[in-house]
Design a protein around this ligand. Sequence first.
Ligand code: EPU
Length: 424
Amino acid sequence: MTDKIEIVGPQKVEGIVHISGAKNAVLPLLAASLLSDDSLLLKNVPPLVDVQTMLSLLEELGASFRIDNERVDSQKISLKTDSINNFTAPYEIVKKMRASILILGPLLAKFGICTVSLPGGCAIGVRPIDLHLKGMEALGATIELKDGYVHASAPNGLKGAEIEFPIVTVTGTENIMMAAVLASGTTILKNAAKEPEVIDLAECLNKMGANIFGHGTDTITIKGVSRLHHAEHCVVPDRIEAGTYALAAGITHGKIDLIGGNLRQLLPSFIEKMEEAGLLFTDIENGIRVESSGTIAPIDIETEPYPGFPTDLQAQTMAMLCLANGVSNISENIWENRFMHVAELGRMGANIEIHNAHAKIIGVKKLTGAQVMATDLRASFSLVLAAIAANGKTVIDRVYHLDRGYSCVKEKLADCGVLINRLK
Ligand code: EPU
């Protein structure tokens, strides 16, 4: 794959897009396969670089898998983890994908040992893992930090405990929930994450024989069991992908049918805010229709844990608000450094002022094509959206970020009448 995209705008989005399974659901689900001796069959898995990275990590640990294509943007993966013989996530893999930390809970629970490289810095913030480690310690694990690695062990197994998170952490909740599934006794997680991806993981674990209650609320109870068994699970639709394509209709004054399940339920505050901005949402069979009302009204947004406005749609929403009829405000409350797209949008004629974690977006009449650089996954798509709406040619560099979390972008955009060119 090359890492540049060329887009000549303005273009209008009109058509149908199939929403894939969620990246942030499938990564913990793949890690969950480590908890069982029997196979796990995952359906509706998106073909993404992050999925490949998690599969290489599992392979390195001794797992095997088989991939069958369901659709061009969806796969069926059958995983077998009955011959795990390595318990280390090396730096080379963790530095590519921080979600590698998700093997910690399953390996500690099943084998009583796990070594994971400490993730370094990343484009959107410091991203510590202290809450994952404190949670494992509360379950009785011993944690040692040495040579850039976390060495975790629990030779006598994990024991249920009550753990209250000081802040909501998505993968932290998932990691500790997976660890607690095979612990002796009951674990209660308070101030747990309520994200649909956490619910999806709990539902899959329950199909595998776990005993989890309260997922989707801020208190999750896990009664430990001695073993898990075979299960099949279909990954929840990607609400962030759905929101991103809804914004493509919004920024180009177009219309799009998003197909893939009950998307309205997955995006409550996003849809509320988009209606305020002038987008119209109608329920259709197996999805939702999004239509522009013809203008983009300015709005104020604060990113929050679910069910609040998702940080993973902040950059893409900002791209649309650059063309709003007035001044919008965005407060980024989850990640301290998630405004890297602002300077790039500025190169395309956007008028945005940053004050710490707040962005003031002063709507302009038009954006113009420019050479820009993608800095992270969601920022990459914000530039794609701006480029589709802008006048003239935009070349976006370093779009390999996009392949980590969006499948078949060129094909999906072509399905709604938008041409983008991946440069050779
Ligand atoms: N935090 C800590 N200590 C920890 C864990 C988190 O201080 O041990 C802080 C973080 O620094 C951050 C906040 O808690 O300020 C929330 O972080 P969280 O742990 O919820 O983030 P995450 O689990 O690492 C997941 C998604 C992210 C998404 C966030 C927030 C996955 C694989 N990643 O990350 O997705 O932004 O939740 O919703 O599920 C993306 O897809 O582009 C992406 C970055």
